[in-house]
Each structure stands twice: as structure tokens, then as C-alpha cells.
Write a protein that binds this ligand. Structure first.
Ligand code: FAD
Length: 406
């Protein structure tokens, strides 16, 4: 049997935590370092649950959520995928099966599965060195002055990854030319006809060089009861050059390079959003956009590291590749990277060569997964935002990491 590896994980979100839980179970000596001073909070974000996202909970039994709640009680299911036109009439509808949970539900469940003393808040990785002696193959320094040595460091520190900037400074993050205006509104505040069309469906409207979708997600208290849920809209709109810089300057004059949090979008952009909603959107979707008190913005980027393994340092999840959101698989990819790493490390040979071989095989496998999903999400974005070829009812638009629907 292999002696336990000392594994440091930078980033304690979904990717870092899934990796930690799986490698801890394998018997490795795992420590997670999260820069945030307090436990993370998804602030009401709903995420699509793909099979790999909840694999851990399904295999361990009990389902996703705290131990006394079943999977069906923490995730809501939508069974229709509809397209509506400008008049609000359904022009295409087909069956689907999509489950949504609250980001917080997934995070809390993973956190519960890891011994508390292995999760360190307030630890922001600042420097990483490797290539020292056998006792200290990787040395990590934190902004709080702490230091830590390990056999393997995993960079699960998201799109702006410090670890990636250190090992792969040539990797660029490129703005895709459009942003997602997002927002939520409580289901109980909607007109009956709007609530009805969104009751059990993902609802899309295809516009010129743009598209919008809306769907129910868990409510403010992560509730999935009808009437207590929220409805989320995501409206993709093209914004170029200096207009983008303007848009991403908040109401206090601070530039927000990637996301504009709720409440900070300048009034003139909220007005412009409302005016565009009045002109172009179906009545049901217009109601969502006009009724949302604090829309926020997620700018869309492409980022793909050429390599995920740099000697004893591994990049995974969003730190390794950022896909456009159309496949709804960012969380799933982070989980898939973690599961594959678990499998390759479990089966590794006993010495240093065994470890390197395992990491290299993991990298080849996960580069393939990431490249194909990133390519699929990029072509979906181009079809909708520039080519005008997004067709209502096209089954290739189904969410999925490994392909439409899975
Ligand atoms: C509004 C919204 C909705 C989304 N919906 C979906 C969805 O439906 N389905 C889906 O699959 N994906 C969705 N995503 C994407 C998904 O959230 C990400 O792809 C996923 O969280 C990636 O996980 P990660 O652990 O790799 O990175 P992240 O979740 O970005 O976590 C990185 C962590 O690293 C920490 N960190 C950063 N730098 C350092 C440092 N130097 N030292 C220590 N810690 C550090 C950060 O604080 C953070 O906690 C959504 C994203 C957003 C913003």
C-alpha cells in the first residue's frame, strides 16, 4: 500500500471540496486552503445537477443534502424544455429531465463530508515553489504569513487562479464579446400566466444576436416548494470594446473585471436593460427582467490552460478551463476532474514514477473532456450571439459535460 501523500488544495469551493473529500477517503493527508474568511455563500445561485455533480452523494446513499433529507427534497426537477416567441406563444416544447439545486446545498453537503480540521479559511495562496528536496517537493506561502509543504498541490482556485498564474503565466483569459444579465424574482410575485409557463419548464426565447432563458431554482431559503421557489433569468447580450469597460464600472466607479454583483450596476444600464426588455422580450420574460430589483452581470470568457499538470502541481475545475455557461457544466467538470484524479491516484504505482505516470494519464483524460466541452459551449455561444443559427428545438442545446444531456 502507498504511504499517504500530503496533498494541499488551493480553493475550497465545489472543485476543491470534492477533490478533498474523495482523496481523504482514499487515505491521503489532505488540507484545503480557502482564501475567504468565512464559509462560502452562493447567494441564491441555483445550479444544474448533472449525474457527476451528485455522484458522491448517490454512491454514499442518502442523496444530496444533509443526512436526514433525501435527494428529491433538495433538488427541483423540470421536465419540459420550451421556446417561446415575441408574443409569448410556445413555438416548440419537448420533454427533458433537469434537476437544479442551490449552490449552498451542494457546498454544505461536501463540507459536512470532510473533517473540519482539514478545511482552513482565511488562507490565500500567494507563492508556490517546487523542486526542493524530497521532504518538501512543493512549498506554499499564504498572504497571512503561514507556510505549508506537501507532495502534491492542487490548484482549484477558480478562473483567476493564483496557482495557474504561477505555473502557467502564458494562459490568457479572453472576453467572448458578450455578457449574461442575470437576476431572480420570487415565483409568488409573478403573474399567474408567467408562473404557469415556468412551472415545469426551461423557457428560451431566441432573439437577433442574443438569447434569453429562464427557469425555476430553489428559493431564498433553498426551498424547492412551489410558490417558495425563485425564477432565474439569464439574458446573453453582446457588448463590445469600451461599452464593455463602461458597463463593468460599478456605481461607485470601481471596475469589476468579471462580474457585476447585484445592486452595483449603474442606473443607466438598468434603464437600458429595461428598455431593451420592453422592445424585444416575450411578455413572460419581460416581466422577469422588469421585476428583478437587482440584476447582476456575469461576463463570458474563454480560458483553457494547455496543460493541467506541472510536475507536482495540478490544475482542476475553473482554474484549468472555463467553459461558456451554455452547457451548464462548470460544476460538473470540477467534480469530474476530482473523480478522475481519485481513480488515477488510487491505482498509481508506489514510487515517484508511479505518481508521475498517474498524473500524466489523468491530464490526458481530463484535457480531452475539457476541450470537447469548451468547444461545444463556444460553438453554442457563437451560433446564438453572432451566426444567428440557434434554432428553437435543437436538441444539441441540452445541458451536459460529456455531450447534450449527460
Ligand atoms: C451565477 C452562476 C451560476 C452558475 N451556474 C452553474 C450551473 O448551473 N451549472 C454548473 O455546472 N456551473 C455553474 N456555474 C459555474 C460554476 O459555479 C463553476 O464552474 C464552478 O464553481 C467551478 O468550481 P471551482 O471549484 O473550480 O472554482 P470556484 O467555484 O471558482 O472556486 C474557486 C475557489 O478558490 C478560492 N480562491 C481563489 N484564489 C485563491 C487563492 N489564491 N488561495 C486560496 N483560495 C483561493 C475562491 O475563493 C473560491 O472559493 C455557475 C457560475 C455562476 C457565477
Amino acid at each position: 500500500m502507498n504511504p499517504p501523500l500530503r496533498i494541499g488544495i488551493a480553493g475550497g469551493s465545489i472543485g476543491g471540496l470534492t477533490t478533498a473529500v474523495l482523496l481523504h477517503e482514499l487515505g491521503e493527508d489532505v488540507q484545503v486552503f480557502e482564501r475567504s474568511l468565512s464559509a462560502l455563500d452562493g447567494r441564491g445561485a441555483g445550479i444544474v445537477v448533472l449525474p457527476i455533480t451528485e455522484r458522491y452523494f448517490v454512491e454514499r446513499g442518502g442523496g444530496l443534502g444533509s443526512s436526514d433529507r433525501e435527494a428529491s427534497e433538495v433538488a427541483l426537477t423540470l421536465t419540459n424544455w420550451s421556446y417561446i416567441d415575441r408574443a409569448g406563444t410556445i413555438i416548440d416544447a419537448s420533454p427533458t429531465y433537469n434537476r437544479f439545486t442551490a449552490w449552498n446545498t451542494l457546498y454544505r453537503a461536501l463540507l459536512d463530508a470532510l473533517p473540519q480540521d482539514r478545511y482552513h479559511l482565511g488562507h490565500q495562496v500567494e507563492r508556490v515553489e517546487q523542486g526542493g528536496d524530497d521532504e518538501e517537493p512543493v512549498r506554499v506561502s499564504f498572504t497571512n504569513g503561514d507556510e505549508y509543504s506537501c507532495d502534491l498541490l492542487i490548484g482549484a482556485d477558480g478562473m483567476g487562479s493564483t496557482v495557474r498564474e504561477i505555473v502557467s503565466p502564458e494562459t490568457t483569459t479572453v472576453y467572448a464579446g458578450y455578457v449574461a444579465y442575470r437576476g431572480t424574482i420570487l415565483e409568488r410575485d409573478l403573474h399567474e400566466s408567467t408562473a404557469e409557463i415556468l412551472d415545469d419548464a426551461m423557457v428560451y426565447q431566441v432573439l437577433d444576436d442574443s438569447h434569453i432563458l429562464a427557469y425555476a431554482i430553489p428559493g431564498p431559503d433553498d426551498s424547492i416548494e412551489r410558490g417558495e421557489r425563485a425564477v432565474n433569468f439569464v439574458w446573453y447580450r453582446n457588448v463590445e470594446g469600451t461599452d464593455f469597460d463602461d458597463l463593468m464600472t460599478d456605481r461607485h466607479g470601481d471596475v469589476r473585471p468579471t462580474t457585476m454583483p447585484p445592486g452595483l450596476l449603474q442606473d443607466r444600464f438598468v434603464d437600458e436593460l429595461h428598455s431593451a426588455a420592453r422592445t424585444g422580450l416575450a411578455p413572460q420574460l419581460r416581466e422577469l427582467v422588469l421585476g428583478c430589483a437587482e440584476p447582476f452581470i456575469q461576463a463570458i470568457f474563454d480560458m483553457a490552460a494547455e496543460r493541467f499538470v506541472h510536475d507536482r502541481i495540478v490544475l482542476l475545475g475553473d482554474a484549468a478551463t472555463v467553459m461558456r455557461p451554455h452547457v451548464a457544466a462548470g460544476t460538473a467538470k470540477a467534480c469530474a476532474d476530482a473523480w478522475a484524479l481519485r481513480d488515477h491516484l488510487r491505482d498509481r504505482g508506489i514510487d515517484d514514477v508511479g505518481l508521475r505516470t498517474a498524473l500524466s494519464a489523468w491530464e490526458a483524460q481530463q484535457l480531452g473532456v475539457a476541450r470537447s466541452a469548451a468547444e461545444r459551449s463556444r460553438s453554442m455561444g457563437e451560433a446564438a450571439q453572432t451566426l444567428g443559427t440557434m434554432a428553437p428545438g435543437d436538441p444539441s442545446w441540452r445541458f451536459g459535460l460529456f455531450g447534450p444531456g449527460n
